[in-house]
Design a protein around this ligand. Structure first.
Ligand SMILES: [Zn+2]
Length: 160
C-alpha cells in the first residue's frame, strides 16, 4: 500500500503540535479534514495519543508545576538564608565561648575575695592570706587563659 500524504498534512501536524485542538483549527483546515481520509487519519491518531496521555496522567499523580516551583524557590531561599547566617552563627559560638570564659574568670576573681573573707574570719596571719590571695590570682588567670583557648578551639571545631 503506497501512501502519499496530503499536502495539508504538514499544516495540520503543525497546528496539532502547537496544541490546537482539531475542532479549534481554522475553518478551511477543518473542512479539509472532514473531506480528506489521510488528514482525518492523522487527526484520529493524534486524538488516540492524546487520550492515552490523558489516561496516563490521570493514573500517575503528576505533582502540580506551581507547587514544584514553589518548593524549589523555598529550598533556594532557605539555602541562601543559611549561607547568610553562617558568619552570625560563628560569631555567636565565639561569643558563647568567650562569655563562658569571662564567667569562669569572674568566679576566679571572686576567689581572692573569698580568701579575704576567710582571712577575716579565721586565724590566718596577714602574710599567709596575702600570698594565698596572690597565688590564687595567678592560678586563676592561667585557668582563664586555658578556658578561653579551649572555648576558641571549640568554636573552630564546632564550625567544622
Ligand atoms: Zn488532506
Amino acid at each position: 500500500m503506497k501512501h502519499k500524504g496530503c499536502e495539508n498534512e504538514p499544516r495540520i501536524l503543525e497546528a496539532l503540535g502547537q496544541g490546537v485542538a482539531p475542532g479549534a483549527m481554522e475553518g478551511s483546515l477543518r473542512r479539509h479534514i472532514a473531506s480528506c481520509a489521510s488528514c482525518a487519519e492523522v487527526v484520529s491518531v493524534y486524538e488516540l495519543f492524546q487520550n492515552d496521555s490523558e489516561q496516563l496522567c490521570a493514573a500517575v499523580p503528576v505533582p502540580n508545576a506551581g507547587r514544584v516551583w514553589w518548593r524549589a524557590t523555598l529550598a533556594a531561599r532557605r539555602a541562601a538564608a543559611e549561607q547568610a547566617l553562617r558568619p552570625i552563627l560563628i560569631a555567636e559560638r565565639a561569643a558563647l565561648a568567650v562569655g563562658g570564659g569571662v564567667l569562669i574568670a569572674l568566679l576566679g576573681l571572686a576567689a581572692p575575695w573569698l580568701a579575704e573573707q576567710m582571712r577575716h574570719s579565721s586565724v590566718f596571719s596577714e602574710t599567709v592570706a596575702h600570698t594565698f590571695s596572690l597565688s590564687s590570682l595567678l592560678v586563676t588567670s592561667v585557668i582563664v587563659c586555658l578556658v578561653l583557648m579551649a572555648g576558641a578551639l571549640y568554636a573552630l571545631w564546632a564550625e567544622k
